[in-house]
Design a binder for this molecule. Structure first.
Ligand SMILES: Cc1cc2nc3c(=O)[nH]c(=O)nc-3n(C[C@H](O)[C@H](O)[C@H](O)COP(=O)(O)OP(=O)(O)OC[C@H]3O[C@@H](n4cnc5c(N)ncnc54)[C@H](O)[C@@H]3O)c2cc1C
Length: 367
């Protein structure tokens, strides 16, 4: 089987489609030398049925649609303050849960690994809230999502567009499934995130790190801040002081396929697309930007429009157009650019302290 190939995004749809998944699975999640998830086939036990290749969204692109563009914000202050942008994800998910459904999205586990999980209560939903800027492990999401859909429960899936495409390939045009993709400029691996956490631990004189929160709202939505905590102590940095965010935004260590992302553009795989509304202006007819977060929402299908309509009264929203949204959000026209020092970063990872490695990597660009 030609799995994985260079376009592999690590979505693990292939493992979900493998008929040899029970007991000791033939197709399992592994990691490449940079720590990105890749499938691994036990060739000796593979029966060569081809289902892994047939489902692969990198080999068989899914249909995309371009929809209407809105700037939105939840009216609930608590939801807004704990969300990364305008809190639209939580509003969407709350509707699906209220209808007896489930929500699938990215959460930190107890080891601070980012994993896609399925939840069905408002308490557990909070684990999905907020961006985690690390590649999420999709391995364990397909089975519970299938169980929910098979039981006739509505389901919301939210994730990066390559993950959303994978869910589309696995579940097809399932009437109960609502897909919200994010605008995504790429993902670092858990190996990079771990190197950053270890560097922070040493810099701060921390013990075991037990919490990470991206995009704190207190210093302002636009600051892209991050907070790391250990035993009740915290260190918080704004994006320009934080090496992880700087390297992430600077294209220093994204997955290789992100630099040629087929989902960067206005045509989307989700019923809805959620993102930050960078460069939002209240003129001529909008609401005030108080720097607590504004979501860009793209309503791409009829199903998306129905879900969007249900949020009326709970969100502020104003219609905009794609040209306005794309002015300050490069993911709507191009994939992220790889930093010219990306190779040096990978060569130094694990050998040079994380902070110095990023500073060296971005020095040329920032001169
Ligand atoms: C890796 C990554 C890159 C992004 N890049 C951009 C960008 O370039 N431009 C832009 O406008 N927006 C980007 N976003 C989206 C943005 O950060 C917000 O997630 C989005 O605006 C939704 O905000 P919200 O307030 O509605 O919901 P929130 O509650 O903040 O978002 C929660 C949702 O995000 C999903 N999520 C969180 N972390 C991950 C992850 N690691 N992998 C997959 N899904 C995840 C969860 O499943 C959950 O559904 C990116 C998000 C991620 C995770």
């Amino acid at each position: 089987m030609n799995i994985p190939d260079a376009a592999c995004t690590g979505c693990m749809a292939c493992a979900a489609a493998c008929p040899m998944g029970a007991g000791e699975p033939v197709l399992t999640r592994s990691e490449d030398e940079r720590g990105f998830y890749v499938p691994k086939i036990d060739e000796a036990r593979c029966i060569g049925c081809g289902r892994c290749e047939a489902v692969c969204p990198a080999k068989h692109p899914v249909a995309k649609a371009e929809g209407q563009v809105y700037a939105c914000r939840t009216r609930d202050p608590a939801t807004l303050s704990a969300s990364s942008s305008g809190g639209v994800f939580m509003e969407l998910a709350s509707d699906v849960l209220a209808a007896g459904g489930v929500a699938a999205g990215a959460a930190f586990d107890e080891d601070l690994r980012v994993v896609h999980i399925v939840v069905d209560s408002p308490e557990k939903l909070r684990r999905l809230q907020g961006s985690k800027y690390v590649q999420s492990d999709m391995s364990a999401v397909y089975a519970p999502l299938k169980a929910a859909l098979d039981a006739g429960r509505p389901a919301l899936f939210s994730g990066t567009p390559c993950q959303a495409a994978a869910v589309r390939r696995v579940f097809g045009d399932n009437a109960g499934l609502l897909v919200a993709d994010l605008l995504c400029h790429g993902t670092p691996s858990m190996a990079v995130f771990r190197a950053y956490l270890e560097w922070t631990r040493q810099e701060a004189g921390f013990g075991k790190i037990d919490g990470v929160k991206f995009r704190l709202k207190k210093p302002g939505w636009k600051t892209y801040s991050v907070e790391v905590s250990s035993g009740g102590r915290t260190v918080a940095r704004l994006s320009k002081q934080d090496p992880y965010i700087r390297g992430f935004l600077g294209g220093l260590y994204l997955r290789e396929c992100c630099y040629g992302c087929q989902y960067a553009g206005p045509r989307r795989v989700g019923d809805l697309t959620i993102a930050d509304y960078w460069g939002y202006s209240k003129e001529p007819d909008g609401f005030e930007d108080d720097d607590r977060g504004i979501s860009l929402v793209m309503v791409n299908t009829d199903k998306g429009a129905e879900a969007f309509g249900k949020m009326e009264g709970r969100i502020d929203s104003v219609r905009r157009d794609i040209a306005d949204a794309a002015k300050h959000n490069w993911v709507l026209h191009d994939p992220s650019a790889r930093s010219e020092r990306s190779g040096d970063f990978w060569a130094g990872l694990g050998k040079v302290p994380f902070g110095s490695l990023v500073a060296q990597g971005l020095a040329a660009r920032e001169k």
